[in-house]
Design a protein. Structure first.
Length: 173
């Protein structure tokens, strides 16, 4: 069974109710994509309300999104279990993303600097790796006190913006 509502079904004319996880939604990605996590929290809550799942699965690649959803579940006392799946990577180490297809072969080579930088598991060292990478614009590389803590980064290669992170505790997948 596939549930695939249209945007009009989810946001009918006159829609004006939003869910906002204020602190978590304003750091890292939230600084660069204002309002993004308000939209994420709202649509995910709507889907949870309609479908009423026992479990929800999210990928570790979007660690901040996971934390926003985790906080929303806790704050709103939703009765469901959040399961986080490890980041899936290509053989070269680049985290899988629909945006990867936008990269030329040369840009992809440059984008690998992000996974190399984060693999150091140290913010200062990671920034150094990225600073040495020509053609990579760094939005941020920061430790985030999530569950588990992560070293998160976002870069731009050409017109493509990529995010990634590595857990700093527990399973390093």
């Amino acid at each position: 069974i596939v549930f695939a509502p249209t945007a009009d079904e989810m946001y009918p004319p006159g829609f004006q109710t939003w869910v906002e996880v204020t602190e978590l939604g304003s750091i890292l990605e939230g600084r660069f994509r204002q309002g993004h996590f308000r939209g994420v929290a709202t649509i995910v809550l709507k889907l949870f309300t309609i479908v009423r799942p026992d479990r929800a699965y999210f990928g570790q690649k979007d660690a901040q999104q996971v934390e926003v959803i985790r906080r929303m579940i806790r704050d709103l006392a939703l009765e469901l279990e959040l399961r986080v799946l490890p980041t899936v990577r290509d053989a070269d180490g680049l985290a899988l993303s629909s945006r990867n297809v936008l990269l030329t072969p040369e840009q992809r080579r440059k984008a690998l600097a992000l996974s190399r930088a984060l693999a150091t598991r140290d913010p200062g060292t990671a920034r150094g790796v990225l600073a040495e990478s020509n053609g990579v614009e760094v939005d941020y590389v920061e430790r985030a006190e999530f569950d588990p803590p992560v070293l998160a980064g976002a870069i731009r290669v050409g017109e493509t913006r990529l995010i990634d992170n590595v857990p700093l505790e527990g399973d390093e997948t």
